[in-house]
Design a protein around this ligand. Sequence first.
Ligand SMILES: NC(=O)C1=CN([C@@H]2O[C@H](COP(=O)(O)OP(=O)(O)OC[C@H]3O[C@@H](n4cnc5c(N)ncnc54)[C@H](OP(=O)(O)O)[C@@H]3O)[C@@H](O)[C@H]2O)C=CC1
Ligand SMILES: CC(=O)N[C@@H](CCC(=O)OP(=O)(O)O)C(=O)O
Length: 301
Amino acid sequence: MATRVFIDGEAGTTGLQIRDRLLTRDDIALVQIDPALRKDAGARRDALAEADVAILCLPDAAARDAVALAEGLPTRFIDASTAHRVADGWVYGFPELSPATRQAITGAQYVSNPGCYATGAIALIAPLVAAGLIAPDEALTINAVSGYTGGGKEMIAEMEAEGAPAHFAYGLAQGHKHLPEIMLRAGLTRRPVFAPAVGRYAQGMMVQLPLQLEGRRLDDLRAALAAHYQGSRFVRVVDPQPRIVPTSLNDTNLLDLSVHGSDENGCAVLVAVLDNLGKGASGAAVQNLNLMTGADEGAGL
Ligand SMILES: NC(=O)C1=CN([C@@H]2O[C@H](COP(=O)(O)OP(=O)(O)OC[C@H]3O[C@@H](n4cnc5c(N)ncnc54)[C@H](OP(=O)(O)O)[C@@H]3O)[C@@H](O)[C@H]2O)C=CC1
Ligand SMILES: CC(=O)N[C@@H](CCC(=O)OP(=O)(O)O)C(=O)O
């Protein structure tokens, strides 16, 4: 029997992309809600009750409401919002983090999808902390740029309007919502400095981690990442390139990691590239759905 999936927030940026990835699958049946009733608690409760799996593509408060609406039901959840990424009782939906994480996703009732920037940052930092190549209290800086779809419908309208800026930095007050999950999931005890930016292009993301090498060697960093992601279907450790383009993995569920720099000069920059709507959101949600339902992990991706 097909798995019944309700995408709560289906009309939004993330929801629409998930729908596109599931529409043609015969192992999935989408639970539909009258668009006029998409914010009606009763209609949403009925849809949540009918679904085997609900994928929440909502603002944080609405995501919390959806979970409360389904209290007592066996419905399984994948939450794309920030609401549950460091919450007890929720599995962090980054299967490449560890075999135990992948296993936990498979059987979980509550899975929280990682943040888009967090996906790139954690992918670079977590294996290096585990390998002893980054100390948990090392002073780290993370720089990043995202396409404007990362800000949802509101930012899309703003950045597609005449006179929008070509590029802007934001979140510099160091309160970005992805920092708690980056620290917890990468095993950091010291808060990194995080400097995100948005470019006037729709989708695609680059996350950079500059490092003073202080005795570490580029090959050791590269080898630790390669060992961690060996056999991974979606996370690749790739050779350094003279130019890195954040849109290069658009419409894929891939995440490319590369190590750049100079042993001689003692400086490195580690780079992650992903589609903020792919491995950063909708692709990751579908990958988690596949793991939760026993489908091929790459189905629809
Ligand atoms: N965009 C991205 O790159 C990523 C987004 N996310 C997360 O996914 C979630 C959705 O983001 P995104 O798709 O970008 O946002 P959008 O603003 O594009 O879409 C949000 C959708 O939720 C609907 N909605 C709002 N409140 C309610 C409610 N109370 N009940 C039902 N539906 C409601 C909106 O309705 P309406 O159509 O009326 O506005 C809209 O369709 C967020 O939590 C975000 O953090 C995660 C990773 C990346
Ligand atoms: C460009 C932009 O505004 N990006 C968002 C992050 C993306 C998002 O809201 O969703 P996730 O937290 O699930 O990744 C922000 O910085 O708040």
